[in-house]
Design a protein around this ligand. Structure first.
Ligand code: NAD
Ligand code: MG
Length: 388
C-alpha cells in the first residue's frame, strides 16, 4: 500500500489533494502517515477520519486540545505547533505533498526529502528561498521533487524526453490577475476584496492577491530557474488571459511544445500523484473549437514591478530569494490588514532588498536552512520598520 502525507491539507492545494486521494480509493488504497493544517481543526479532523490518518498536526499549538477532542475515539495521534509539523515530515512516506503556504513550508519539505521518496512541491517559496539546498538534498537522498505549480508541471511534462541543452526558452503564462485591465491610476485604491478575486483560478487568498500584483509570477520565474537549472534570461512570462496554456518550451530548432488544460489544480496534483503513470482525472476537457481563440501579450513592466524585482533577485542570487519572499510576505500581511496600499507592496520589497544589499551579504550562498531562516527574519524586521 502506498504511504502518503499531506502538509497544508486544509488549504486550497490540500483540499484538491484530499479530493483526488478520496476519488482514487482513499484509505483502501493509501496509508496516510500524516496530515497537517494551520488552524482549521474541524476540517483537519474530518480529513483525518476519512483517510484514517496515523497522525494529525495543527500548526497553531493552542488548538491541540480541540483537535484531540475532535478525534477522540479514533486511532489518530494528535500533535500541535510548528515543531510538530516539521517533525511529522520525519515520518517516512512514499509520496508527500508540500502544500503549506509561505516560508513556513520550507522546513517540513526540506526534512521530508531525507526519505528518498517523492515530494510533490506546491510550496514554491521553498525553491525561491532555498532552491540549491533543496535540490542538493533531493540528490543526496535519491528523492524526487515533482513540481505542482501548474506552470512548472506543464514545463516538466513538455520536457519529458528532451535535452535541456536544446531549450531556448521556458515561457510561463500569467492570467494578469484581478487588475489586468484596470486603469493604472486605480491600482493604489484597490481593496483586499478586489485583489482576492482571481479571473480564472480558485486558490488560497494569499496566492490570489499575489496573482493580482504578479508577485506570484515573480516567485514562479525564480522557481523555474531553480527547479530546471536554466539561465534566468531564458525564463519568460507571457500574459495569457484565458489561463488555458500553462507554459511553453521553445527549442533551438524553432519548435515549441505547449501544455494546455482547464485551470484546475487537480491536474498538476494528480499528475504528481500518479507519476510516472497518468490516471483518469476529473478535469474538464477543453473544447478548443468552442473556445475559438487564445490570446497572449507581454506583461506591462509598469503595472507589474514585481517581475523586475525577480530579475534583480536572480541576478544577485544567494540569499536574495529568501529576502525577497520574506519581505513580500510581510508586505502582503500589511496589505491584508489594511495597513498599506496595494501598490505599496512592491515599494516595500524593493526597499528591503536595497537595505540588505547595502550590507553586502545578500549574494552569500546559504549552506544551511538556518542561514535562510536568519535572513528571512531580518527581511521581515526591515519590512516592518519600513512600513512604520
Ligand atoms: P492556502 O492558504 O489555501 O492553504 C495553506 C495551507 O497551509 C493551509 O492548510 C494552512 O492551514 C496551512 N498553513 C498556513 N500557514 C501555516 C503555517 N505557518 N504553518 C503550518 N501550516 C500553515 O494556500 P494554497 O493556495 O493552498 O497554497 C499552498 C501553496 O501552494 C503555496 O505555496 C502556493 O503558492 C502554492 N500554489 C497554490 C496554488 C493554488 O491553486 N492554490 C497553485 C499553485 C501553487
Ligand atoms: Mg502557478
Amino acid at each position: 500500500m502506498r504511504s502518503i502525507s499531506v502538509f497544508g491539507s486544509t488549504g486550497s492545494i490540500g483540499e484538491s489533494t484530499f479530493d483526488l486521494l478520496m476519488r482514487q480509493g482513499g484509505p483502501e488504497r493509501y496509508r496516510t502517515v500524516a496530515l497537517t493544517g494551520g488552524r482549521n481543526v474541524a476540517r483537519l479532523a474530518e480529513q483525518a477520519r476519512s483517510l484514517k490518518a496515523e497522525l494529525a498536526v495543527i500548526a497553531e499549538a493552542r488548538l491541540l486540545p480541540d483537535l484531540r477532542a475532535a478525534l477522540a475515539g479514533t486511532a489518530t495521534e494528535c500533535a500541535g505547533g510548528p515543531m510538530a509539523v516539521a517533525e511529522a515530515a520525519e515520518r517516512p512516506a512514499d509520496w508527500i505533498m508540500s502544500g503549506i503556504v509561505g516560508a513556513a513550508g520550507l522546513a517540513p519539505g526540506f526534512r521530508a526529502l531525507s526519505h528518498g521518496s517523492v515530494l510533490a512541491l506546491a510550496n514554491k517559496e521553498s525553491l525561491v528561498t532555498a532552491g540549491p539546498l533543496l535540490m542538493a538534498r533531493a540528490r543526496k537522498h535519491g528523492a524526487t521533487i515533482l513540481p505542482v505549480d501548474s506552470e512548472h508541471s506543464a514545463v516538466f511534462q513538455a520536457l519529458l524526453g528532451e535535452n535541456l541543452a536544446t531549450v531556448e526558452h521556458i515561457t510561463i503564462t500569467a492570467s494578469g490577475g484581478a487588475f489586468r485591465d484596470w486603469p493604472m491610476e486605480r491600482l493604489a485604491a484597490a481593496t483586499v476584496a478586489e485583489a482576492s478575486c482571481h479571473p480564472n483560478w480558485a486558490m488560497g487568498q494569499r496566492i490570489t492577491i499575489d496573482s493580482a500584483s504578479m508577485f506570484n509570477k515573480a516567485l514562479e520565474v525564480i522557481e523555474a530557474k531553480e527547479f530546471f537549472g536554466i539561465d534566468p534570461d531564458r525564463v519568460e512570462v507571457l500574459v495569457h488571459p484565458e489561463s488555458l496554456v500553462h507554459a511553453l518550451v521553445g527549442f533551438r530548432d524553432g519548435g515549441m511544445i505547449a501544455h494546455l488544460g482547464a485551470p484546475d489544480m487537480r491536474h498538476a496534483i494528480g499528475y504528481a500523484l500518479n507519476w510516472p503513470d497518468r490516471a483518469h482525472l476529473p478535469i474538464a476537457r477543453l473544447d478548443l473549437a468552442r473556445i475559438g481563440s487564445l490570446t497572449f501579450r507581454n506583461p506591462d513592466p509598469a503595472r507589474y514591478p514585481a517581475l523586475r524585482l525577480a530579475r534583480e533577485v536572480m541576478r544577485i542570487g544567494g540569499l536574495a530569494g529568501a529576502s525577497f519572499n520574506a519581505a513580500k510576505e510581510t508586505a502582503l500581511d500589511a496589505f491584508i490588514a489594511g495597513r498599506i496600499r496595494f501598490t505599496d507592496m512592491a515599494a516595500v520589497v524593493e526597499k528591503v532588498l536595497d537595505r540588505l544589499s547595502a550590507t553586502g551579504g545578500l549574494g552569500k550562498v546559504p549552506d544551511s536552512i538556518d542561514m535562510v531562516l536568519d535572513i528571512d527574519g531580518q527581511a521581515r524586521r526591515i519590512a516592518a520598520e519600513t512600513m512604520q
